[in-house]
Structure formats: C-alpha cells, structure tokens
Design a protein around this ligand. Structure first.
Ligand code: PGA
Length: 250
C-alpha cells in the first residue's frame, strides 16, 4: 500500500506574517490527520515557517531552486541555503516554471540531480497543455517529461522522488481532470517508470495529482488506485480549504 502525500504549493502568495499564521493553523489542525504533508511557502517566508513547523508532522518545501550549487547566479537560491534553514523537499519542473520561465527538461533534470545529491526530496511536476491533450499527445508528453526529468537518477534514489501529474489546463482554472482521466494518466506514468526502472519501482512510486484540487473533489481523486496524493495550489492558501483536502478520509 502506497501512502497518501498531500502538498500545498503557496506560489507567490503570503508575506511572512501571513505565512506564519497559515502555518500555525495547519500545525494545530493537521496534527491528527495522518498522511504525509508538505507546505511550500515562498522563499522569503521559508525560515519563519521552518520554525513554525519544526517538530510538527508538516514537512517544509521550496517551490524551486537553482541548478548551480552556489556562485555568481544573481537572483537565484541555492540548495545549500534551503537545506540550512530546514527545507526537506523541493518542487521542480512546475508548469509555471516551464511556461513562464522557459525551463526545459534537461535543465529541470540538472536540478533534480543536485537536489537528490544534497539529500533533499523532490516533487517532479509533469503535465500536458490543452493543445497537446487535444492533439492526442498527453501520454507521450507526460512519459517524455518523466523520463527526461529522471535521466541519470538511479533506482536507489527514487524513494525520495514524487511525481506530480498536473495537466496544465487544470491548474488554477477550476477545471480538474476527472478522477478516471487523471488515474489513466497516472497509470501511463507508472508504466513508463516500469520501463525505465522496474515493476517494483513503478509500484512504489508516489504519484500526486495537481490541478484545481479542492475539498469537493479531493476524496474522489484521492481514492483512485493510481492517485497517491495531491499537489494543491489555490486551495492550499486557506486552512478551511486545505485541511479538508488533507483529511479527505476523516
Ligand atoms: P491549483 O494549482 O490547485 O491552484 O490548480 C496547482 C499547482 O499548480 O500546483
């Protein structure tokens, strides 16, 4: 049985006091919810939120990092800086990084390698655009992004990797993939992992769904056989919407 893993991606929201207040509410109300839980505040709030979630059941995540360890990279944030303040997980290859900032699979892969080498966990995001879906290319796109994102990563490191399937057309739009459609793509990703690694590795991999997850659809999505968690954006910004998603089975 794979565990359920629910992560909140706060994107470019929350000042430090706002972030701490949200994290405090989550620490209090998620203590008895079970499941693996992660929140990814913006960089500026990471250190303050690290203190808030210390000794709770909530892991601290970053939304991105540089592909260089340190050096002359104006505006970037290093994996060493993240580790030092208590970050345990990093989200890489989010569709907003791919679409707005032009991040390509090879570049994302270099970050995945660095994060794993430095002992962090990774959530690797994959997903097709509406145009790609309508052209019948969804399976090829997600398989390709999975393989390229994991290139050179040995099977022994996969325990620290989560794949997040996020159809781009479902992110922030209110239109989630149906549980059946999402599950079918998760199965495609699992088949690709079997091809790249082994049946055991594919079976063990945690694959989250992301894209307009909300309290109303969380249970239907999270009880599908191949959906092992959720990467939540908009609904992660308020306790009253994030808590019922994490506690979907309570
Ligand atoms: P959303 O975002 O839940 O607001 O659709 C999900 C994500 O981008 O991770």
């Amino acid at each position: 049985m794979r565990i359920k893993y629910i992560a909140g991606n706060w994107k470019m929201h929350k000042t430090v006091p706002e972030a701490v207040s949200l994290a405090q509410a989550l620490v209090k109300d998620l203590a008895s919810c079970g499941h693996k839980i992660m929140i990814a505040p913006p960089f500026t709030a990471l250190e303050a939120v690290a203190k808030t979630v210390a000794s709770s059941n909530i892991l601290l995540g970053a939304q991105n990092m540089s592909n260089a360890e340190q050096g002359a990279h104006t505006g970037e944030v290093s994996v060493l800086m993240l580790k030092q303040i208590g970050v345990k997980v990093v989200i890489l290859g989010h569709s907003e990084r791919r679409a707005i900032y032009g991040e390509k699979d090879e570049f994302i892969n270099s970050k995945v390698k660095l994060a794993l080498a430095q002992g962090l966990e990774v959530i690797l995001c994959v997903g097709e655009t509406l145009q790609e879906r309508e052209a019948g290319k969804a399976n090829d796109i997600v398989s390709g992004q999975t393989g390229k994102g994991l290139a050179g990563i040995p099977e022994k490191d996969l325990g620290r990797v989560t794949i997040a399937y996020e159809p781009v057309w479902a992110i922030g739009t209110g239109k989630n993939a149906t549980p059946q459609d999402a599950d079918a793509i998760h199965a495609v990703i699992r088949a690709e992992l079997k091809k790249l690694y082994s049946a055991a590795a594919a079976e063990a991999m945690i694959i989250q769904y992301g894209g307009s997850v909300k309290p109303e659809n969380a249970k239907d999505l999270l009880t599908m056989p191949n959906i092992d968690g959720a990467l939540v954006g908009g609904a992660a910004l308020k306790p009253e919407t994030f808590i019922p998603i994490v506690c979907f089975d309570k």
